[in-house]
Design a protein around this ligand. Structure first.
Ligand code: SF4
Ligand code: FES
Length: 271
């Protein structure tokens, strides 16, 4: 510590405290599915740029609990970008300003003094449970509608018993990286789930193991997404731009190709 000409104390060079950010948050608060919600303004101070967005919300919640207020409900699990549980509209963008999951978004993406709007996914097929947490079971039902695949069980197969072209294996793997977060639906002006459904259809449809039920799978999954109330795809591309796993629009083309082939071959959805 040194004393300056003005008599003020200052830390030696290289040891200054890094000041955290002071932020204004406007957070969607909604007590339950059938209760009207509203944006509520909170201040958080001394937020480290190295915190994740969810850690910043943890700070807010600790503050609310200390005041005897109800903490903000939001979904999360792995906090490593793997599980797909987290998902918030941040300043109107699904998962915020970076193409990543909300848990992997860091506060260094914001500036001291910023105002940040935090809302749940907005889609009628994802009803709000409380505050920022939404019900995404519609995605589970789409997967369920896809049914099973027929593969021989027993001991592990010999690695080269079922040859898979490298390109197909790569594309199937890329599609399989979908974590079911729902950002594609939230970003889409039609609240369409096509990118999600296409990813799930594609990762099995490109592999030999996925062939026996390929036609039934695609017609049933598409029928289920319609039943759930998701909108239609009009090729806007916001879904892919918001997808933390970079699932491409080409995946939707593959789904449409599969669907057309299945319908032509006579496949029809189960009622
Ligand atoms: S396609 Fe992308 S944005 Fe949509 S659910 Fe999967 S990972 Fe999330
Ligand atoms: S909490 Fe698992 S992906 Fe964000």
């Amino acid at each position: 510590m040194t004393i300056t000409d003005q008599g003020q104390h200052s830390a030696p060079a290289g040891t200054q405290d890094k000041r955290g950010m002071n932020l204004t948050l406007r957070v969607w608060r909604q007590q339950g599915p059938s209760v009207k919600g509203k944006m509520v303004t909170y201040k958080v101070t001394d937020i480290s740029p190295d915190m994740s967005f969810l850690e910043m919300l943890d700070v807010l919640n600790e503050q609310l609990i200390m005041q005897g207020d109800d903490p903000v409900a939001f979904d999360h699990d792995c906090r490593e970008g793997i599980c797909g549980m987290c998902g918030l509209m941040i300043n109107g963008q699904a998962h915020g300003p970076q193409q990543t999951t909300t848990c992997q978004l860091h506060m260094r993406s914001f500036k001291d003094g910023d105002s940040i709007d935090v809302e749940p996914w907005r889609a009628s097929a994802f009803p709000v449970i409380k505050d920022l947490a939404v019900d995404r079971r519609a995605f589970d039902r789409i997967i369920q509608a896809g049914g099973y695949i027929s593969v021989p069980t027993g001991t592990a197969p010999e690695a080269h018993a079922t040859p898979v072209p490298k390109k197909d294996a790569d594309n199937a793997f890329d599609a399989a990286t979908c974590i079911g977060c729902g950002a594609c639906v939230a970003a889409c002006p039609n609240a369409s789930s096509m990118l999600f459904t296409a990813a799930k259809v594609t990762h099995l449809g490109l592999l030999p193991q996925g062939q026996p039920e390929r036609d039934d799978r695609v017609v049933n999954m598409v029928a289920q997404q319609d039943r759930e109330g998701f909108g239609g795809c009009t090729n806007i591309g916001e879904c892919s731009a918001a997808c933390p796993k970079g699932i491409s629009m080409e995946t939707i083309s593959r789904l449409n190709h599969d669907l057309l082939g299945a319908l032509r071959a006579g496949a029809r959805p189960k009622s």
